[in-house]
Write a protein that binds this ligand. Structure first.
Ligand code: FES
Length: 117
């Protein structure tokens, strides 16, 4: 059974559209991810660009294009669909972000860990 018990925060605290980073675990290799809010929907991904294996962002909680219509990698500009995580432009076109299980319960966003991808 998948456990989805890591609290990211309140949906209402995230801009629409907007993002929030999360980290699960301690030490040198925590699992880093982010959620994207789009209206009442939330998507969660590992913070890892398929192209070169870097985190996607340079600025905290910043994963979207200026228009807020896609996820963009700050390194070389790969662009990913918000809802599917599929890369549609840039060096990893045809690849996809790793999804993380996510749920909203009573307005609170919960994610699973690496085993829930
Ligand atoms: S490292 Fe992400 S697009 Fe190049």
């Amino acid at each position: 059974m998948i456990t989805i018990d890591h609290v990211v925060g309140l949906l209402s605290d995230i801009e629409d559209p907007g993002c929030r980073e999360f980290s699960i675990g301690v030490g040198d290799w925590p699992f880093n991810g982010f959620v994207v809010r789009q209206g009442d929907d939330v998507y969660a991904y590992q913070n890892y660009c398929m192209h070169a294996g870097h985190p996607l962002n340079w600025q905290p909680n910043s994963f979207l294009t200026k228009e807020g219509d896609a996820i963009i990698c700050a390194s070389h500009g790969a662009m990913y669909e918000i809802a599917s995580g599929e890369c549609f432009a840039g060096p990893c076109r045809g690849g996809a972000l790793r999804k993380v299980a996510v749920e909203i319960r009573a307005g609170v966003i919960y994610v699973g860990g690496p085993g829930t991808m």
